[in-house]
Design a protein around this ligand. Structure first.
Ligand code: PEP
Length: 253
C-alpha cells in the first residue's frame, strides 16, 4: 500500500535555535501516525544532524536534505554528495524543487542524474514537478509535467521507479497563498499516475506516493489530501509553524 506523507520543506529559513524549538514544539503536540503514514522534514544542511538526533527512535518520521549533487565526490566546492548524506543517516532528498530549477538552472537531464545517484545509494528521491502559470493558463499543464517525468524518471527500472516519491507542485501555487483546487490537484495527479501506469503498470503506479504542494495549510489540508490520487503534501510556509504542520500531519488519510 502506498504511503501517505506529510513532508515539510523549511527552505532557507530559521536559525539553528529556531529550528530546534520548532522540532521540540512539534514533538510536544499530539499526533499518532498510522502504519501507512510518514512525516518527512526537509531541513537546511547545517541542521540535518540535529534534527536526525531529535527524531531518533520515532517510527515513520524521516529527515531529508533539500538537494544533493549529481556527482559521487571530488572537486565540487560547496556541493554535498549523497554519500555524505547517507553517512549522517539521511535517507530522503528533495530533487528538482521549482526554486532549484529556476534559480540554479537544474535541467530535467541533471535531475535524472540526481535521481540515479540517490537510488544507487539507497536514498529516496522526493521528485518535484509542476507547471508555471503560463502553461496552466494555456491548459497545457499535463504536457509540461509529462515531459518532466519522461526526461527525469522514465529511464528507471520498474523496481526503481517505485522507490521514488513524486511531489506535484504547480509553480503558481508555491508560496503564493494560491492553492490548486481539489479538482485541479486530483486531475493532474490522476494523470501522472495514469502516465506511470502506461510506462510501467497499473500495480506499479498504484504503489507510488504522489504528494501535492502549493500553499497547503491546516485549513485546506484535509480537503486536498482526501482526493483519491493525492497522497499527502509537500509543505513550505505552513511547515514552519508547529501547530499548523501538526494539523497537516493529522489530516493525512
Ligand atoms: C514548497 O516549498 O514546496 C511549497 C509548496 O511551499 P508553500 O507550501 O509555502 O507553497
Amino acid at each position: 500500500m502506498r504511503k501517505q506523507i506529510a513532508a515539510a520543506n523549511w527552505k532557507m529559513n530559521l536559525t539553528y535555535q529556531q529550528a530546534e524549538k520548532l522540532i521540540d514544539d512539534l514533538l510536544a503536540l499530539p499526533h499518532q501516525l498510522k502504519e501507512n503514514q510518514q512525516v518527512i522534514f526537509a531541513v537546511p544542511f547545517p541542521y540535518l544532524t540535529m534534527v536526525t538526533h531529535k527524531l531518533a527512535g520515532k517510527q515513520n518520521v524521516f529527515v531529508a536534505a533539500q538537494n544533493c549533487y549529481n556527482k559521487k565526490s571530488g572537486a565540487y566546492t560547496g556541493e554535498t554528495s549523497v554519500e555524505m548524506l547517507q553517512s549522517i543517516g539521511v535517507h530522503h532528498v528533495v530533487i528538482g524543487h521549482s526554486e532549484r530549477r529556476e534559480y540554479f538552472h537544474e535541467s530535467n537531464e541533471m535531475l535524472a542524474e540526481k535521481v540515479d545517484i540517490c537510488l544507487a545509494n539507497n536514498i529516496t528521491p522526493i521528485f518535484c514537478c509542476g507547471e508555471p502559470l503560463t502553461f496552466r493558463e494555456a491548459n497545457e499543464q499535463d504536457l509540461f509535467v509529462a515531459k518532466q517525468l519522461l526526461e527525469s524518471l522514465y529511464h528507471l527500472s520498474a523496481e526503481d521507479i517505485q522507490k521514488v516519491v513524486i511531489a506535484y507542485e504547480p509553480i503558481w501555487a508555491i508560496g503564493t497563498g494560491k492553492t490548486a483546487t481539489n479538482q485541479q490537484a486530483q486531475d493532474i495527479q490522476a494523470f501522472i499516475r495514469h502516465q506511470i501506469a502506461g510506462h510501467y503498470s497499473e500495480a506499479i503506479a498504484n504503489n507510488i506516493s504522489i504528494l501535492y504542494g502549493g500553499s497547503v495549510k491546516a485549513a485546506n489540508a484535509k480537503d486536498i489530501f482526501s482526493q483519491a490520487d493525492v497522497d499527502g503534501g509537500l509543505v513550505g510556509g505552513a511547515s514552519l509553524i508547529a501547530d499548523e504542520f501538526n494539523t497537516i500531519i493529522n489530516s493525512l488519510k
